[in-house]
Design a protein around this ligand. Sequence first.
Ligand SMILES: Cc1ncc(COP(=O)(O)O)c(C=O)c1O
Length: 413
Amino acid sequence: MLQPFELSLAEMGELASIIPAADPEVKLQYRTIPDFDNKSRRSIIPVCEPALTGNELKYVQQAVETNWISSAGSFIRDFEERFAAACGTKYGIACANGTVAMHLAMATLGLEPGDEVIIPTFTMIATANAVTYCGAKPVLVDAEPAYWQMDLNQVEAKITPRTKAIVPVHIYGHPTDMDPLMELARRHGIVVIEDAAEAHGAEYKGRRTGGLGDAAGFSFYGNKIITTGEGGMVTTNNRDLARLAWNLRDHAFSHERHFWHKFVGFNYRMTNLQAAIGLAQVEQLDTFVAARRQHAHEYSRRLQDIPGIRTPAEAPWAKNVYWMYGVLVDEGEYGLNRDQLRKVLADNGIETRTFFIPMHCQPVYWQQYKGERYPVAEDLCRRGFYLPSASSLTIDEIEYITDVIRSACVQLR
Ligand SMILES: Cc1ncc(COP(=O)(O)O)c(C=O)c1O
């Protein structure tokens, strides 16, 4: 049977200053739930939750009433078209989740064993795993400290004759600086696949993420800006790529004969029920993005003068959609370290999440990257965490959360 990768005590020791403490238990508090019956009940402020505030129920009911609940049905195409339009791309290929969206894009572009794919080490593990599923090797670069995106200055040095693709990840909803990356990739004849799982509606120089490279993958997991519960989408402007991706998504059935297969395809299909929710969600994308940007503004306004709390920055060329509102804690200035502050927040009913643990620190990839160090990603992992970031968050909740952060350090002084 498959055995887990475990690190030795010495290896864990190397990581001791980087990997976060276990998640603190979030204590229930009395909280008003505005959308329900406006009563106070014991609850927590979750780090994220879906906002099913539009036509979700109506469209799901239509899917049920018309008996189209599997992966054929008109909501799939409607959702694909509407989401692709929201990204400014020609095509959208809906699939089962964001991880397989990334894998489908990579498989369609022909990634295979022996290929190398450059990715940021500071990402969620699905980016690296999608490359691994192709039998290709993820090659890592560090994050840059200003916006926490892939450090473009390190990419060119990592290009070899085996490099087939570069995968910028728009971390936490802030776009990567795509123009220099695309110029570099074009010069070397390398494809670019955006991992836009976290960046629905984000913009780079006025253009939406999802259409900035050769293809992109999005996630619609329950904590994403728009959700289908589980779900994902490949977006692209390339017609041939879209056609092949649609085909590979569905076992690569041939057009001339049904049970006739010229590729090893996948069952990465989305159901019509999920797409019904997705269509209702994408109708609200601009509203959700506006809410998140307003929440980020309110958070930053209240936090920026607290010594030792660094709020997220937005590049001049970026429209950040703040999938998650992340902050960095400087223990020397603030008085508590990140994990201590998380504990205070948890005691006050506020759920938070630590930043990603970089790929080179993961037990499963440890041997592959032994000896490689990426100091910016490690520092982000050591000091970063994100605050409740749902579109449905209220200004009162932001005030409460920021008051807890302010008083936690004042009490200590
Ligand atoms: C950057 C990134 N890529 C890929 C994924 C995978 O998406 P999913 O969970 O829908 O498979 C995620 C999920 O959170 C992500 O954050």
